[in-house]
Design a protein around this ligand. Structure first.
Ligand SMILES: Nc1nc2c(c(=O)[nH]1)N[C@H]1C(S)=C(S)[C@@H](COP(=O)(O)O)O[C@H]1N2
Ligand SMILES: [Mo]
Length: 367
């Protein structure tokens, strides 16, 4: 890693009343979220899926792009897209969520991509499983980490780098991990990693390396920026922290009724309506979803539709018949591991994994 300018300061935390800056807005305009009404689709159309791009979308020619597999392997490999497409083909429906989802709602606010709750999508990713390829290369018994390198390049808090993320060998060898070349049945779009990306079902977005060009097996723990400096759950700047890994459970409400242009407060007519949304967890299947209409004072169980696969979000719905008045809707998912969503914000220095229950303001108005 080359360092440029100030070396690796931890991300800044905003002052209590500090507004979102033009720099944060610049990030937000590049990296859009899912419009929440798109929670209606089982599979998120590619253009409505959230985006997170640390640097620039790199210029990669699919005709000449090569994936190399090297490091602590018996037989280094180099494969072009045609060779990858000839290998066994698998499709997984996978909920992807950025680890920074919920960051801008934290108090105080860690200054970075200012997500509210919309950094999520559920797409069908097609590609070839990684594990057989690693076995063909022959992973050394003393291997510790597998490092994935993207074709994109930039500087982050003073550290110049290619985007790189490592997975522990056991996680890289899990059968659901894919080298994906299609999203929703079409070749990957440039912004989603064309022509090749990693898909690590159940893990937060940072693990799913886009524009994948290299896989290096290492006998030492990877100390690159995205593992060792970013994406750690730290209490304060001096805390080495714990790595961010799998997605914490979350349910989102598809906002009912129609919005006010500026505030996005929802307007709804009185009477029976179905409130619905999606719920997911990267640890274990979602087992239950509860709904509140009074900002968390009372909870009622929601109905769950059939599961959409091991790695996909699940639809939930709730029959509601409100009288005129003001309401604050939210939903809370619990998974089979017993994990659920907190009622107090899970604050950390980087603003990761904030799965605090959503607040959807609804005004029920007579016609
Ligand atoms: N090479 C590369 N891969 C990357 C990133 C990146 O900036 N560069 N961003 C990561 C992060 S933080 C997220 S949340 C997901 C977003 O994937 P998407 O844009 O396809 O939704 O990609 C991940 N893979
Ligand atoms: Mo992310």
């Amino acid at each position: 890693m080359t360092t440029v300018g100030e070396v690796s300061r931890p991300s800044r935390v905003a002052d209590p009343d500090e507004a979102i800056s033009a720099e944060e807005l610049q990030l937000a305009a590049r990296n859009h979220g899912i419009p929440l009404e798109a929670l209606r689709y089982d599979v998120t159309p590619a253009g409505l899926h959230y985006l997170l791009i640390h640097y620039d979308i790199p210029d990669v020619d699919p005709a000449t792009h090569t994936l190399t597999v090297d490091g602590a392997v018996a037989r280094p490999l180099a494969l072009d897209l045609a060779a990858l497409r000839e290998r066994p083909r698998v499709t997984h429906r996978v909920t992807l969520e950025c680890a920074g989802n919920g960051r801008a709602l934290l108090h105080p606010r860690p200054v970075s991509q200012p997500w509210l709750v919309e950094a999520v999508g559920n797409a069908e990713w097609t590609g070839t499983p990684l594990a057989p390829l690693l076995r063909e290369a022959g992973v050394a018994p003393e291997a510790v980490d597998v490092v994935f390198t993207g074709a994109d390049h930039g500087v982050e808090r003073g550290v110049e780098q290619d985007y790189q993320r490592a997975l522990p060998v056991a996680d890289a060898l899990r059968e659901e991990v894919l080298l994906a070349y299609e999203m929703n049945g079409a070749p990957l779009l440039p912004q989603h990693g064309a022509p090749l990306r990693l898909i690590v079902p159940g893990w937060y977005g940072m693990a799913h390396v886009k524009w994948l060009r290299g896989i290096t097996v290492s006998t030492e723990e990877f100390t690159g920026y995205q593992n060792a400096v970013a994406y750690r759950l730290r209490r304060d700047a001096d805390d080495p922290g714990e790595p961010v890994t799998r997605i914490e459970p979350r349910a989102l409400v598809r906002p009912p009724g129609f919005p006010d242009f500026m505030s996005r407060t929802r307007m709804l007519r009185p009477g029976p309506c179905t409130v619905d949304g999606r719920a997911w967890s990267g640890h274990a299947p979602v087992m239950s979803v509860e709904v509140t209409t009074d900002g968390g004072a009372n909870w009622a169980p929601a109905m769950l539709d059939a599961a959409g696969g091991d790695w996909s979000w699940r639809r939930w719905r709730f029959e509601w018949s409100p009288e005129p008045g003001r309401y604050v809707l939210g939903a809370r998912a619990t998974d089979a591991s017993g994990r659920t969503q907190p009622v107090e914000q899970p604050w950390n220095r980087g603003g990761f994994a904030n799965n605090l229950v959503q607040r959807v303001e609804v005004v029920v108005v007579a016609e």
